[in-house]
Design a protein around this ligand. Structure first.
Ligand code: 9MR
Length: 392
């Protein structure tokens, strides 16, 4: 048996290379296609629609995002999202990622393609529970894995995040610390984390506000009032003067009470001399519901003398995926990207992972998903073309 397969492989290798094979994700068929119709090892030429067949990893499902047998539209642009972002004068287009996904070689290959992504954000491995689960003991193994992947690829890193009410170990939340002890706990944490990963952009403080613009109650706010923000920013600046320091939140995508609270925070930080370089607009959005004020909103932040980044973009829909929803999602991505493009102080965009395969959405919003520009087979969706059009 073994002998047979070795000799057939040897025989195959002697065949002329006239029939070149398509590479990973390459086109391998469709009306008018004159290129190769077979794929490199590990990939299968998979029918997508009459005009397009693509080399997908062996075993990929062809119907994963479709509830009907009618083929859904796909993205067709080949520009590269980071290429498009840079052509529009932005620093980066990036993706969040997480350690468990990095064992998926098809996923990692596309994540490492700097034409698509020249920036990565670790989705979980820099958070407090991952880096200082025990007081004073710092663990950077997982975060280092992502940072070194980015470094190997030549990609920027957004550090995420130093001070957040969530994914916070019990020793912090339940420690009953007085104000001066908690201040030093924040300083030690921020100093060690920002100091370990020098030269990054940082979401130093994450999600400080409630929807109505009041301060969110957390161990930090309850013990220190709003001063916890400047305590963290100052520690970050001292640990790495070259780092860019942001405050990041969701539902501050359009103008409104929560966005106004962020404006007021930036004003007061600047007035007091606290180091603040940017506002992170997460942009976890819903198809058909992108705020019409998104560009004006970005501009109101940059007018304060800070930069803006869209830090966690995804645009979810109620499943099942339909052609109409995909087309609306494409428009919505274009709207968000065009708003960032239009404001020069909006420096870059990060999507909260790039494929529906690893999106956080379905596990949190029941019946919703398909929020990202690549589907769960890593096939481009119309949203991809929307992003390219937004940067154009
Ligand atoms: O993507 C992250 C997911 O894997 C975690 O389970 C979740 C836990 O809170 O956090 C997700 O990332 C969040 C980010 O850190 C802050 N903004 C909202 C993101 C989605 O929940």
């Amino acid at each position: 048996m073994i002998k047979l397969s070795i000799s057939s492989a040897a025989l195959l290798s002697l065949l002329p290379l006239a029939t070149a094979q398509s590479g990973a994700w390459g086109q391998c068929g469709g009306i008018g296609w004159t290129g190769p119709t077979t794929c490199i090892a590990g990939y299968t030429c998979t029918y997508n629609n009459d005009w397009y067949s693509q080399c997908l990893p062996n075993g990929s499902s062809t119907t994963a995002t479709s509830s009907s047998s009618a083929p859904l539209p796909t993205g067709t642009s080949t520009v590269g999202l980071a290429v498009a972002a840079k052509a529009a004068g932005k620093k980066y287009f990036g993706s969040a990622t997480d350690n468990p996904e990095l064992t998926d070689s098809s996923y990692t290959a596309l994540l490492s393609n700097t034409k698509e992504f020249n920036q990565l954000t670790p989705g979980n491995s820099m958070k407090w529970d991952a880096t200082e689960g025990t007081r004073g003991t710092f663990t950077f193994t997982k975060a280092d894995e992502i940072v070194s992947l980015a470094q190997t690829n030549g990609q920027l890193i957004r550090g995420h995040t130093c001070v957040w009410h969530s994914q916070l170990p019990g020793w912090v939340t339940a420690g009953n610390f007085d104000a001066s002890t908690l201040t030093s706990i924040i300083q030690t944490h921020t100093t060690n984390v920002v100091g370990h990963f020098k030269g990054k952009i940082w979401d130093v403080v994450n999600e400080p506000f409630n929807e109505d613009g009041t301060w969110r109650t957390s161990v930090f706010y309850n013990t220190l009032g709003s001063s916890f923000v400047s305590i963290a920013l100052q520690a970050a600046r001292a640990a790495d003067p070259a780092a860019k320091l942001y405050v990041n939140d969701y539902n501050i995508d359009g103008t409104g009470a929560k966005s106004t609270a962020m404006v007021n925070l930036v004003k007061s930080l600047k007035a007091s001399g606290a180091p603040i370089d940017g506002v992170g607009i997460q942009a976890h959005l819903i198809v058909g519901q992108v705020p019409s004020t998104i560009q004006a909103n970005i501009a109101q932040f940059t007018a304060l003398g800070v930069e803006v980044a869209i830090t966690e973009l995804d645009i979810r829909m109620t499943l099942p995926v339909t052609t109409a929803l995909l087309e609306q999602q494409k428009k919505d991505y274009q709207t968000v990207i065009a708003a960032c493009k239009a404001v020069s102080g909006c420096i870059g965009v990060t999507i909260w992972d790039y494929t529906d395969k690893y999106s956080w959405v379905p596990s949190v919003f029941q019946g919703q998903g398909a929020a990202l520009p690549w589907d769960d087979r890593l096939v481009k969706k119309p949203a991809y073309d929307g992003i390219v059009a937004g940067f154009a």
